[in-house]
Structures are given as structure tokens and as C-alpha cells.
Design a protein around this ligand. Sequence first.
Ligand SMILES: *Cc1c(COP(=O)(O)O)cnc(C)c1O
Length: 353
Amino acid sequence: MTYQLNDKVKDLIPYDAVAGDYKIRLDANESFINPGTQFQEEILSAVAGIELNRYPDSKATELCRKFAAFYGVDPERVVAGNGSDELITVILGAFLRPQDKLLLFSPDFSMYQFYGVTYEKEGIVVEKNTELVLTADLAIEAIEKAKPQAVVLSNPCSPTSLVISRDDAEKIVRSTDALVIIDEAYMEFSDQSIMDLTTAYDNLIILKTCSKALGLAAIRLGFAVSSKSIINALHCVRSPYNVNGLTQAVGCVIFSHPEYIRQAAAEIKKSRDYLYQEFLKFQGENQMIRIMKPETNFLFVEMKDAELIYTELKKESIIVRRLGDFLRITAGTKEENDSLVEALGKIFRRLEE
Ligand SMILES: *Cc1c(COP(=O)(O)O)cnc(C)c1O
């Protein structure tokens, strides 16, 4: 007898996290600031105080309290997760029944569709307009037509780097009884959060991650903010010790330094604006089709031959992310940004010869 993987899992391919050594990594939207250096002593002493033989606080109470204080929400309406990715899997896996419909938009964060498929929900994907914008009208029309049980979108959006306004986001939430999950992974770099509206609407979940603006991708930490009843349900369906003790300890240290979080976000925004200005100078180049006005820590650029540019950058030991005809490029340090711009200039010139 041999075990046969079923059709659902047998052809899956693992998430292609970039492997290999590159001098400059601008592919994963990480922060270029490492708080581990700045707060090393505090982190070491917090970690040293952990009773490693004991399970951690199941509800990550202290951490959720500090998160809630920073964002100005009620700590009773916050759940922590092992990265916001875990929270997405738990919400889509447990809140939707097998035949329920999940409405997504394209382009958007690819993991939503992946988890939808994995958990056998009927995924309905609606294309954004030609400017890659999700308007409230477009979203509401799609909701009315598809009658989904849940809608997921990122705002600001990865990969487009565009934001939808608070007004538009609220219109979408108000238009439906379906669960609306808004992933605000990059909202520190913009200003249209509707996290406060989780008290006004009982169908809204806001997702947050510490992997981007906070510079904590390594510790895997994310949060969901929602109504009390959704939060209670989330506590019931998540695994009991989903956020490990090391992560809770390090997260508590960082959230004790709100000035660090604000300053890091501001510095990253400055880097993004600089990189954007440099890219605007490339406009008119044969390869450059268009560049989105960034509201995140990365640029989204349409190229005539994105694969070629991607490969040429790789030869220079610079790694970015290619998505179809677009490159998604994380803002790095001043030196990294300058090296990227210089390399691109060289590549463009070479291609014109
Ligand atoms: C990076 C990212 C996440 C993942 O966050 P983790 O907390 O690292 O799992 C979620 N949503 C979007 C849109 C992202 O870009």
C-alpha cells in the first residue's frame, strides 16, 4: 500500500521565499532598520527572564495591552498571532464554512487566494480597474453580485502600493453583512486607517503585522482588531499558545518604545519618497511604463520587460520581486537605494545600445 497525496495538495509548490546570497535585498518589504541593535540589552534581559520550561501566556495579555495602547484601541478587542499570516489562515479556515464564498481583488496579496484554495473556499477574484485602483463602487458592485461570506483586501495594497481612502473603506464595510477583513500591514506609511471603526461595525477585522514598519519580521508577530464577539470567536479557534514566549517578550520591549516605532516609520517613509523621486527621473526611459504613487515602503513599477530587468539586477547582486510585468521594490537604506538607482541607470543605458 502507498499513500497518495490527493489532488488538492499534490501539485502545490512552496512559497518562493528568495534563497541565496544577494548584496542588496529589496524583495520582501522588510524594514532596513533592526531594532535588535538599538534595544539589544533590554531584549536580552527580557528573554533571560523567561521561564523556558513553562508555556507562555496563552492570550499574550501584556503584549496585546501594549499594542492596544500604541494604536489607541481597547485591549479586549485585540488578538495576537504568529505573524498576521497565521491570523489570515485561522480566520479563513475557521470562520468560513466549506462552501462559503470568499471575495478577493486582483492584484492583491497572493496569500489570500492561496489560503482560500487550501481551505476549499470558493474564491471569487475581481480585477481592479486599469489604474489598479479598487474604488468603493467597484468593490460594492462585486459584493452585491457575488454575495460572499467574506471579503479580504490589503490597504495600502501589496503589491500596488496604493491606498484607498478611509471614506471608501468605510463605504465597503457598511455596504454588506459579510465579514470584511482589511489588512493594514503597511498603514504606518500612509494615513487612512479605519482601525477605530472596529467599534462601529461588527463585521470588520483589521489585521496588523510587526514585520514591516516595526522591523520585527524575524519574530513572527501580528494582530487582529475587531468586535468583541469576533475576537472571542478568534480566541476559541486559534491554537492555545500561538505566540511563543520569546516573541511576546521581544514584542513587549519594542511596544514600550513608541518613539522608536514612529521614528522608524518616518525614516522608512523618507527613504521611500527619495527612491520614488529617483525613479521619477527615469520616466521617459524606454523600459519604464509607469510607476504607482507609493503609500507603503515599496515601489510598484511597470516595465517593458520586467523579467529582463529583474535578471539584470540579480547579476548586480540586487534582488527585487517580479510580479508579471511589474517589479515590486522595497525602499532600503540610502546606500542601497543609490546602488539600485545606479545599477538601473547602467542597465537602461546598456539596453539602448
Ligand atoms: C508582509 C505582509 C503580511 C505578512 O505579515 P506577517 O505578519 O509577516 O505574516 C500580511 N499582509 C500583507 C499585505 C503583507 O504584505
